[in-house]
Design a protein around this ligand. Structure first.
Ligand SMILES: Cc1cc2nc3c(=O)[nH]c(=O)nc-3n(C[C@H](O)[C@H](O)[C@H](O)COP(=O)(O)OP(=O)(O)OC[C@H]3O[C@@H](n4cnc5c(N)ncnc54)[C@H](O)[C@@H]3O)c2cc1C
Length: 521
C-alpha cells in the first residue's frame, strides 16, 4: 500500500500533536502512532509544565535555574529559546480547553527541585492526561489532519540524495505494510527508558525514533544522560511500569527518610529533598546499597491530608489501590529510569542532520537539559521545539519524491505474530541495562554490558533473520541499538557529570563537551 501526504508525523504525544496542530494550515498532515492515540509518556506526566508565568518570575530566572541544573552542559541559546517562548505557548495551550489548576483566578504554580520560583503549571496531578486529550481533540478537529492509530513505523525512507522522504509502517489492524511518502517527516516518538528493568515509562517508550534515525544515518547526542527518578512506588507495577510519585510531592513538603526514621538528604545536599534529581537518586541508591535496604520512605506527614487529596488525587488513589493511604502512611520509594536527556541531534528549529527529517520532544536532543533535566522542563521543551519545527517545516520547499528514487530497503518483509520467545530476550536486555548502565556505572562493567548486548543481538538474528518482522521483534532490535548507543556514549565520557556517574572517573572535567555519535564514523 502507498500513501502520500505533505507532513508525516510519527508519534502522538506532546511534540507530535503540537507539530501536527500547528502545521495543519500548510498542507495535508498524517499522524501515525503505534498504539491508541493517547498512549505516550505525555499521558502519564504528573507534575506539570514549567514556564515563567508568575509575577515574581522571569525567563532569565528560569534560564539561570535550568543552566545551573545542567552541570555546565546546557546549550545557552537553546535554553534562551525555550524559556523565552515557553510562557506564550503555555497560554496557547490554555486556549485548548485544558483546565489548568487555578487559585484565586490565577494559575496555581507548583515548585519542584532546582526551580527557585513557583512556575509549574499543572492540572492537579494528571497534567499529562489533560494536555494529551486537549491536543488530541484539537488535532482531530483541525482541517487536513488524519491520525492513524496502531500504525507501527518500522523505518525511515530516504532517497538517493539522502533526503528523508517518508516511512515504512505496519498497520497492526490489517496486518499490511504501508509505504508513506511525504515532503517532511517529524519524528516525535518519545523516550527510550523501556530499555531498563525498572522504569516509570509506558511500553511505547522503546527508543524507536532514535534507532530509526540512527539506521538512516542521523547523528545522536548525549545518550549517556538517563535521568533516574528518585521516587517510584516500591513493589508496584502497572503495565510493567513503576508508578511515579511526582517530585511535586517533595515540592509540597515530602521528606525522605530511611525506614528507621532518619532524614538523610541534608547529608548529601544543602537543598535536601529539592536537590537536583541526579543527587537525590544517587543518595537513595547509596542508602539502599550501604544499609542493605529495599526502599526508603517518603514522609508526607507535614502536608495536611486535605491538601494531599486536592493536589495529588491520582497518586493518592493509585496508592490506595496498592493498599497504601498516603494521608496517613509514608510511601516506600525507589529510583527508576525516567527520562532520556539525549536523542537525535537537532538545531534550534528541530532539523536533524538528515534533510527533511525533523524531530522534537524526548527523542530529540536540543541541548536544553545539559547533563541533567530540570523537573517539568521536558513538556516545555517538546512544546517549544515542536512549534519551531512546524514554523521551519512549513517553509521547506521539498517536493514529493519520485518512487523509483526511494531506497527500497526492507520491502521484502514477512510479518509474523509477536513470538513468546521474545520475552526472555527482552528481560535479559533490561536487566543488562539496569546492571551495567544504571545510576552508578563502571567503565569495566559497561564494556561487559556491551558484550552482553552483542550476544543478545546475535541470538535474535539467529532466531529471526532481518526480513522477519513483528512489532515486538522490531522493538527489541531498536532497544538493542539504543542500549548499545547509551553504553557507547557513556564509555566515551571520561568524567562524571550530572546524571552520568562513573566510578573510575568521579571528577567533572573543567571543559564541558557533548558526546555526539554518527553512524558514518
Ligand atoms: C510517569 C511520567 C511522568 C512525567 N512527568 C512529567 C512532568 O510532570 N513534566 C514534564 O515536563 N515531563 C514529565 N515527564 C516526561 C514527559 O512526559 C515526556 O518527556 C514528554 O511527554 C515526551 O513527549 P513526546 O511527545 O516527546 O513523547 P511521547 O509523549 O512519549 O509520545 C511518543 C509517541 O510516539 C509513538 N511512537 C513511538 N514509537 C513509534 C513507532 N515506531 N511508530 C509509531 N508511533 C510510535 C508513541 O506511541 C507515542 O504516541 C514524565 C514522564 C513520565 C513517564
Amino acid at each position: 500500500m502507498r500513501i502520500e501526504t505533505d507532513f508525516l508525523v510519527v508519534g502522538s504525544g506532546m511534540a507530535g500533536l503540537w507539530f501536527a496542530y500547528r502545521i495543519s494550515n500548510h498542507g495535508r498532515v498524517l499522524v501515525l502512532t503505534k498504539k491508541d492515540d493517547s498512549e505516550s509518556n505525555t499521558n502519564y506526566a504528573q507534575g506539570g509544565i514549567a514556564a515563567a508565568l508568575g509575577s515574581d518570575d522571569s525567563p532569565q530566572q528560569h534560564l539561570e535555574d535550568t543552566v545551573k541544573a545542567g552541570y555546565g552542559l546546557c546549550d545557552p541559546q537553546a535554553v534562551q529559546v525555550m524559556v523565552g517562548e515557553g510562557p506564550r505557548l503555555v497560554r496557547e495551550l490554555q486556549k485548548l480547553e485544558i483546565e489548568f489548576s487555578t487559585e484565586g483566578g490565577h494559575l496555581e504554580l507548583g515548585i519542584e527541585g532546582g526551580h527557585t520560583r513557583h512556575r509549574v503549571a499543572h492540572v492537579a496531578d494528571t497534567t499529562g492526561q489533560a494536555v494529551e486529550w486537549g491536543l488530541i481533540n484539537a488535532v482531530r478537529s483541525a482541517p487536513n489532519v488524519a491520525l492513524y492509530e496502531h500504525h507501527f513505523v518500522i523505518d525511515l525512507l530516504t532517497d538517493e540524495s539522502g533526503r528523508c522522504c517518508g516511512v515504512l509502517s505496519f498497520d497492526r489492524e490489517s496486518g499490511k505494510f504501508a509505504e508513506i511518502h511525504a515532503k517532511v517527516v517529524m519524528l516525535a516518538t518519545g523516550g527510550l527508558c523501556r530499555v531498563y528493568e525498572h522504569t516509570t515509562n509506558p511500553p511505547i517508550a522503546t527508543g524507536d525514533g532514535v534507532a530509526m534515525a540512527w539506521r538512516a544515518g542521523a547523528k545522536v547526542a548525549d545518550l549517556e544522560f538517563i535521568q533516574f527518578h528518585p521516587t517510584s512506588l516500591f513493589g508496584a507495577r502497572i503495565d510493567g511500569r513503576a508508578f511515579l510519585i511526582s517530585e511535586a510531592v517533595r515540592g509540597e513538603g515530602g521528606i525522605l527518610r530511611t525506614p528507621d526514621g532518619e532524614r538523610f538528604m541534608p547529608r548529601y545536599h544543602p537543598d535536601a529533598e529539592l536537590a537536583p534529581r541526579s543527587v537525590v537518586a544517587r543518595a537513595i541508591y547509596n542508602e539502599l546499597r550501604t544499609r542493605r535496604l529495599d526502599y526508603v520512605l517518603l514522609d508526607l506527614s507535614s502536608i495536611p491530608p486535605a491538601h494531599i487529596l486536592k493536589r495529588f488525587p491520582m497518586i493518592a488513589d493509585t496508592c490506595k489501590r496498592f493498599g497504601l493511604d498516603i494521608t496517613r502512611e509514608p510511601v516506600p520509594v525507589v529510583p527508576a529510569a525516567h527520562y532520556s536527556v539525549g536523542g537525535v541531534k537537532t538545531d534550534l528549529w528541530g532539523r536533524t542532520s538528515i534533510p527533511c527529517l525533523y524531530t522534537a520532544g524526548e527523542c530529540a536532543h536540543t541541548g536544553v537539559h545539559g547533563a541533567n533535566r530540570l523537573a517539568s522542563n521536558s513538556l516545555l521543551e517538546a512544546l517549544v521545539f515542536a512549534d519551531r519545527a512546524a514554523q521551519a517545516a512549513s517553509k521547506e520547499e521539498a517536493r514529493l519524491p519520485s518512487l523509483d528514487k526511494i531506497n527500497p530497503f526492507e520491502r521484502q518483509l514477512r510479518s509474523i505474530e509477536d513470538p513468546s520467545l521474545l520475552n526472555s530476550l527482552v528481560s535479559s536486555l533490561k536487566q543488562t541495562m539496569w546492571r551495567f548502565a544504571g545510576i552508578v556505572r563502571s567503565a569495566k562493567e559497561m564494556e561487559r554490558g556491551r558484550a552482553r548486548l552483542a550476544e543478545l543481538s546475535r541470538e535474535l538474528k539467529a532466531l529471526y533473520p532481518a526480513r522477519i518482522f513483528s512489532p515486538g521483534i522490531k522493538q527489541l532490535r531498536n532497544t538493542l541499538i539504543v542500549g548499545d548507543l547509551i553504553l557507547r556514549s557513556a564509555l566515551a565520557r571520561k568524567e562524571s557529570r550530572g546524571l552520568h556517574y562513573v566510578e573510575e572517573f568521579p571528577d567533572t572535567l573543567p571543559e564541558a563537551s557533548h558526546t555526539v555519535l554518527s553512524p558514518k564514523d
